[in-house]
Structure formats: structure tokens, C-alpha cells
Design a protein around this ligand. Sequence first.
Ligand SMILES: C[S@@+](CC[C@H](N)C(=O)[O-])C[C@H]1O[C@@H](n2cnc3c(N)ncnc32)[C@H](O)[C@@H]1O
Length: 241
Amino acid sequence: MGEQRVPSWTLPPDEEKATYVNRMFAAIAARYDLMNRLMTGGCDRAWRRYVVEVAQLPAGGWLLDVATGTGGIGYEALRQVPDAHVVGLDFTLEMMRVGRDKHRRQGMTFVGGDAIHLPFPDNAFDVVTSGFGMRNVVDLEGALAEQRRVARPGGRVICLEIAPPPKGLWGALYRLYFFRLIPVIGGLITGRPDAYSYLPHSTERFPSPEKLKRIMQDVGLRHVRYRLLMLGTVAIHMGIK
Ligand SMILES: C[S@@+](CC[C@H](N)C(=O)[O-])C[C@H]1O[C@@H](n2cnc3c(N)ncnc32)[C@H](O)[C@@H]1O
């Protein structure tokens, strides 16, 4: 028998994607952080730490974390810059509820909203971050243009994302782990194997790090650069308004 080429799972079409993504994250919210720790062997915390280091958020500065989920980047920003003003935005209230209940006393503000239409004025933030969120939006250029709009002139826009699967032997091993093992583990931990099938498939359509750099430049960000982590499977992009 020939190799099975028909995928057992496909991404939802664009017009249904936002609803699908919203429902999926609502369903896995309670176990989202735990699953991240397991999947990455705890590295996701180091990546968020690095995002905040790159942000160079000034004392008393304003940071917006788009698609904040349970607020991992925002809380890390408050850990590094305790008097900062940190706002997290997401359209899945269940994720933010879990985030809010994690550290009630730490003063992070959670706002319900869509990454494509940020409910903030122009030039409002010193730094705008996103972590593992841009893969999920229907209009990536629109979302990045919005992040640029709400950043102040000279402010930083930072995107932490999974990069498309690499090629070669490492890529084959990575795909085995990401496409076969993760849905099984994710299903056991969260009860939603489909959420952890969506995860690897969503990385395939996401632009390569070079392409993402060009998109960030096209929306008007300057000095865009990126760094690859975890043998090229995770990328952190940074651009300046
Ligand atoms: C993988 S989680 C990332 C959470 C968090 N940033 C982190 O680093 O763990 C993706 C988040 O993006 C949110 N999201 C996806 N599309 C969105 C959109 N258009 N507007 C706002 N939030 C969105 C989802 O609700 C979910 O909470």
C-alpha cells in the first residue's frame, strides 16, 4: 500500500476560523498552562522571559499583550518591571479568567477584544507583544498593523510564534512529535485532541520567519529582526515603530 497522503485533520476555513479558535481555547483554558509546560519541557517560560527582555519596557511604561490568553507574557513583564502598566487583550474570556485568577494581586488588566480591531487609541503603548497568538488570527497583516498603530513612535512590536516545521531529519522527528504525539498527550490532558491537532496544522500555513519579517516591514515597522530558538522551531520577531 502507498503512503497515506490524505490528512486525517484539516484546518477550518477562514470564515469559521475565529469561532473555532475561540471555542477551542475556551474548552482547554483550565489545562492550557499545564499543557504548555509539558509540551515544551518548561521552555515556554524562558521564551516569554526573553520576549520581555527584548521589549526593554521602561519603569512605569505601558505594555499591551495581544491574544494574551492566561496572561503569561503580561505577568512576566510585571515580574521584570513591577511598576509597569500591563494590559492583556483576548477574545476568549475563559482563558483570561484563568489568567486573572492565577495572580489576582499582581495588577494586570484584562480586556476582551479582537486582535484585528484593538480598542485602544493610537500611540498608547511603549511595547506591544503577542505570544503564540498570530497563528490564530484570520488577518495577520491587519493584526500587525493594529499593533503598530497602538504602539508609540519608537515603541516596540514583538511577536513570539512557532515557526513552520523545519526540513530534514530533525524536521521528520519534530513532525512525529508535533503531529502524532502532541494530539494524543493533549487529548489526555485536556480532553480535546482536536485542539492539539489544530496546533501543529496551524503552524504549516504560518509564514516563514523571513516572510514574517517582510510582513512586519510592510505594515511600517522598522529595524525588524528575529531570533530563532529551539533549533528553529520558535521565532521571536521585533520591530520598531
Ligand atoms: C495559544 S494561545 C496564546 C496565549 C498566550 N499569549 C501565551 O503566550 O500562552 C492563543 C490565544 O489567542 C487568542 N486569540 C486568537 N485569535 C484572536 C483574536 N482574533 N483576537 C483576540 N484573541 C485571539 C485565543 O483566544 C488564545 O487565548
